[in-house]
Design a protein around this ligand. Sequence first.
Ligand code: ZN
Length: 241
Amino acid sequence: MITRFKFSPNDRIVVLTGAGISAESGLKTFRDSDGLWENHRVEEVATPEAYLRNPELVWRFYKQRYLQLSEVEPNPGHKALKQIEDFAGGNFTLITQNVDGLHRRCGNKRVLEIHGSLELSFCSKCLAKFPMNEIDLEQSLPRCDNCGGLLRPDIIWFGEIPYHLDIISDILCQADFFLVVGTSGVVYPAAQFLHICKSYNAITIGINLEEPKNSYLLDEFHQGKAGELLPELVRIWTRGK
Ligand SMILES: [Zn+2]
């Protein structure tokens, strides 16, 4: 028996995913151990100050990250999470720290991208959003069609407040199951989300390459790759609907 749990059709299931599941598709992020993202430091490309200092460099960086998305595909871990949404429907929420859109591309609908999306930008003046595929990426500094303001990637940078936090606390309080996938569970926001779910009696399950230090908050921990473990776990959790 690899898991002692099973979902019921009315269970509210919340999943939090982090860099680990994207890494299995070949994408790197800052959460890799060396603290660099494709050889750039956080302070160079992922703070509001970096953007003010050198917007061309920041744009070049995110354009490359955006273009790289066409070279990767959702992996079996993403596909297994899609199956959970198929099972739970409106009772499912996927919260992701990833900005690559792979969950949406895999077919998940109820996705909250708390760190934004590489596929969007917004006007730093009037805040209008623009899909990247509608922007002329040949320009070194794309501008807003409405007001001429500078566009910036729709990415939550260090020091900025993540998206959707207002609705997430309600969702966490009501969860019957909370799954943490591809993130250590020690660092904010995963650690805080885990605490909330635990204090409201959700069943908590972790899947990650390394066992987190706060694994005492997890009712079950599975060590390894999401793409290798999740397909079988999901098959068992959703069996017998
Ligand atoms: Zn504008």
